[in-house]
Design a protein around this ligand. Structure first.
Ligand code: GDP
Length: 442
């Protein structure tokens, strides 16, 4: 779950206010002290925290809030709004050029995730029916060009390279010309990183910028580096004038400092966040949704979007038919589990559901291993047994348990659950049928 510790502490601090009828200024101050500590411990920039707390307090102790029927909840709402403001209010999209190609310059320190993000971005744009071109401008690290080519191949996007003998400014210029000739409407330039910011790197990026005038200059920073990421962003911004930030590795145990400070310090928006190493794990950044997630209020919109992307409409229709005609089998069940896994790690998915806060998530004890065991049981059944589990007798149950490395009890439990689910499905369809009949004749 993103920013788990911060999330837990904020929910604790605000939870104390929520249930109460009347609040005094002292109550608010004491909760705000806790909020302040939580933010500082999450490595949020000191000045940002100070302004944030002042803004919340100013709004919270007004008579409108204090004299309302639910002052605690009003304060949670204020904190939510101010957290959203801190991260930039609303989603900030890419700038597309009215006359293609659009040029996106990727920059950042080594290891931040530039090359991976360039590939992820190309993947997103390709799926929006664009024709991106990736450009290899890192001529210093021997493996860099190859790495981009591998990424390009994986997402099926062409990569422009001129080896490591030309200078990056010339490569960028030639790439744009190449893109124009080949109908590429978006040129994504991957540049060299360094371990630290140095003059040479900045000069080179400035050179590329003035040659190809990018529509977007995206700085890629590693969220795990906290305030260092913010300092890097400040420097790149003052030298280069970045247009946005991509925050990577939010799937790790970043504390939240970078996400909550970068916008306020640089006045440049976070445009995307990296949620994993895989090339489809880049998401547009929505400050309001992130604020809700941090406060344990869920993120239903992102969940729906994920589901829409990963569920296969054709399969869903077939499944509905099967449910209606009671032909739902263990094979369909396996399919369902597979689709669910496509949504991402279970705790990340559950973390998007409102009302499930980080503490409850721990208590729920989501055990992905459980799903693996269920899958193993089903996979140990024969094709006939999956279609008609009623034929599974006691000796077969033993074999299935052995084959799947589980116990007979577990096999029995799964079979029972399956029978009951089917019964329930039948009741639903019967009910639906009888209601339809009534509608027709009544
Ligand atoms: P570059 O030097 O800036 O081009 O960085 P790379 O693209 O080579 O990435 C450095 C490492 O970070 C690689 O191992 C990537 O797989 C990993 N990485 C990049 N983005 C993410 C992310 O969002 N989450 C995780 N967990 N790893 C990432």
């Amino acid at each position: 779950m993103v920013f788990e510790s911060l999330s837990e502490k904020l929910q604790n601090a605000l939870g104390k206010l929520k249930g109460r009828g009347k609040l005094t200024e002292k109550d608010v101050n004491s909760s705000m002290r806790e909020v302040k500590l939580a933010l500082l411990e999450a490595d949020v920039n000191f000045k940002v925290v100070k302004n944030f707390i002042n803004d919340v307090k100013e709004r919270a102790v007004g008579s409108e809030v204090m004299e309302s029927l639910t002052p605690g909840q009003q304060i949670v709402k204020i904190v939510n709004e101010e957290l959203t403001n801190l991260m930039g209010e609303k989603e900030s999209k890419l700038e597309f050029s009215p006359t293609p190609p659009t040029v996106i310059l990727m920059c950042g320190l080594q290891g931040a995730g530039k090359t991976t993000t360039a590939g992820k971005l190309a993947n997103i744009l390709k799926n929006q029916d664009k024709r991106p071109l990736l450009v290899a401008c890192d001529i210093y690290r021997p493996a860099a060009i190859k790495q981009l080519q591998v990424v390009g191949e994986k997402v099926d996007v062409p990569v422009f390279s001129m080896g490591d003998k030309n200078n990056p400014v010339d490569i960028a210029k030639a790439a744009v010309e190449h893109g124009k000739r080949n109908g590429n409407d978006i040129i994504i330039i991957d540049t060299a990183g360094r371990l630290h910011i140095d003059e040479e790197l900045m000069d080179e990026l400035e050179g590329i910028k003035s040659e190809v005038t990018p529509n977007d200059i995206l700085l890629v920073v590693d969220s795990m580096t906290g305030q260092d990421a913010v300092t890097v962003a400040e420097t790149f911004n003052s030298r280069l004038g970045i247009t946005g930030v991509v925050l990577t590795k939010l799937d790790g145990d970043a504390r939240g400092g970078a996400a909550l400070s970068i916008r306020a310090v640089t006045e440049k928006p976070i445009k995307f966040v990296g949620m994993g190493e895989k090339l489809d794990e880049l998401e547009p950044f929505h400050p309001d949704r992130m604020a809700s997630r941090i406060l344990g209020m869920g993120d239903v919109l992102s969940l729906i979007e994920k589901a829409e992307k990963s569920f296969d409409a054709q399969k869903a229709m077939e499944l509905e038919k099967k449910i209606r005609s009671q032909q739902f089998t263990f094979d369909d069940f396996l399919d369902q589990l597979d689709q669910m896994k496509n949504l991402g790690p279970l705790d990340q998915v559950l973390g998007m559901i409102p009302g499930i806060n980080s503490k409850q998530l721990k208590n729920l004890n989501v055990d992905e291993k459980e799903i693996v065991r269920i899958e193993a049981i089903i996979q140990s059944m024969t094709k006939e047994e999956r279609t008609d589990p009623a034929i599974i007798n006691s000796s077969r149950r033993k074999r299935i348990a052995k084959g799947s490395g589980t116990s007979v009890q577990e096999v029995n439990r799964l079979l029972k659950q399956f029978r009951e689910t089917k019964k329930m499905m039948k009741r639903f369809t019967d009910m639906e049928k009888s209601m339809k009949k009534k509608g027709k004749f009544g």
